[in-house]
Design a protein around this ligand. Structure first.
Ligand SMILES: [Fe+2]
Ligand SMILES: [Fe+2]
Length: 218
């Protein structure tokens, strides 16, 4: 299958994305569903990863490394937590007007740029000469926004990729981006506090907030 930019996207890769990110089927608008799959297929095609679940389960390389499981668990978890927020507000406050489709697409694509930032081949190049390339040259939010736009995703989703992280502190986040930002932070904090993260990969700001549950038991 080809997208609007004539990038070859093999059907087998698209099928693997559906398998690894089944929440894509919760998106009601078919074109948005296909654009999310396109975004991941394009990102994978430019990386050394074969499928979504091959990406390591880490926040950034070497930081908050899951003891078990890959990046698919994080993407799916953030999407489900975010949907929990959306559905709660919709039920409790009829006036709440959060775009469910954009939240799902944003949850599934917010870290699509990790195909670049977490790619061992890129890290090797940056480690060799960070003074030339930068370290990293592009963090995943920036590269992710590029991929989203390349895949034809609406700017609301590209904005979530670009601004779900501290990069978003430089702008005013959209409502849907606020939802994903909060779900993303919550997912990592709860995963870490639950003892699901390798202790040596905890950044100092996490380590000072809590003891991991498994540490207490040990
Ligand atoms: Fe991220
Ligand atoms: Fe994330």
């Amino acid at each position: 299958m080809m997208n609007g930019y004539s990038i070859a996207l093999p059907d087998a890769v698209r099928q693997s994305i559906r398998e690894d990110l089944p929440e894509v089927d919760l998106i009601s608008k078919q074109s948005l569903r296909e654009q999310c799959i396109d975004a991941w297929a394009i990102a994978l095609s430019f990386s050394s990863f074969k499928r979504v679940r091959d990406l390591p389960g880490e926040a950034i390389p070497g930081t908050l490394l899951l003891k078990e499981g890959g990046q698919d668990l994080h993407l799916r978890g953030v999407t489900k937590l975010a949907l929990g927020y959306v559905d709660y507000f919709a039920a409790a406050f009829p006036l709440a007007d959060i775009d469910r489709d954009i939240v799902i697409a944003g949850g599934l694509c917010h870290d699509v740029g990790k195909t670049f930032e977490c790619d061992p081949e890129n890290q090797q190049r940056w480690n060799k000469d960070g003074s030339r390339f930068g370290w990293p040259s592009l963090r995943h939010p920036i590269y992710g926004a590029h991929i989203c736009l390349l895949a034809g995703l609406p700017e609301e989703v590209a904005h979530i990729a670009a601004s779900h992280s501290p990069e978003g502190d430089n702008v005013k986040r959209s409502l849907e981006c606020v939802v994903i930002h909060e779900a993303d932070v919550a997912w990592w904090r709860i995963a870490a506090a639950s003892g699901l993260v390798q202790p040596e990969s905890l950044p100092p700001d996490f380590a000072k907030m809590f003891h991991q549950r498994s540490e207490r038991r040990g």
